[in-house]
Ligand binder design. Sequence first.
Ligand code: MN
Length: 266
Amino acid sequence: MPKILISNDDGVHAPGIQALAKALDQVGEVTVLAPERNWSAAGHPKTMHKPLRVKPVTWPDGRTVYASNGAPSDCVALGIMGALGDDPFDLVVSGINAGHNLGTDVFYSGTVAAAMEANIHGVPAIAVSLGSVHEDESVDQEEALALAGQVAARLAHTVLEKGLPSHVLLNVNVPNLPPERLRGAQVTRLGRRIYRDVLIRREDPWGRPYFWIGGEMPTGIPEDGSDVGAVENGHVSVTPVGIDLTEYDFMDVLRAWGVEESLVPA
Ligand code: MN
């Protein structure tokens, strides 16, 4: 039976990771190692300045899982490097995140970072996110999570059978819609997010300024073929994300600028 490591960024007690574990029980032997608190939008830390702890925790369904004081990326590194035993994992699945991770969200997302960490260690990985509740408040959230779990389980099965290139992860977004309004799955590219953050400046009791960056939920440009467009139209979006960020076409532009000849004094 394949061994599957599960993590997330919403914390080990989030409903999403419990639904994911339940769904993936059908696909392999599941181990859960996740952060003890919420790390949403914490990106991809590598904790180097303090000890990492791993402790067993019992879920309401009686399952023993593992919680760490580290980030989602730390949890995946801990699991793959043997903190819970030497057997290698065949697949890492991260999620189910509360809220989509679309377009440039992948740079902020701890959910996607956990999958990237698996890639860095050469283990195939899938990140799974479910649209936020406000999309349609009539949706039963337990059912929505179960459905996203089934999507993850089917894709996990396929990945375990076919394999993935070592530098590619799959970023999956499931719209939070009633099952009858959910359309099929689409393979997509990363789309364009529009963040509606504002900078709020306030003063502390001593008159020193402090700041909040935040605002309304991001929107996006729903282009055809993009992840933003797919979920907007009620499709499950599956985006292959490469961890090689090199912009290959621009290498020749830089050479044409004479960068290779001109930067270092002769
Ligand atoms: Mn999150």
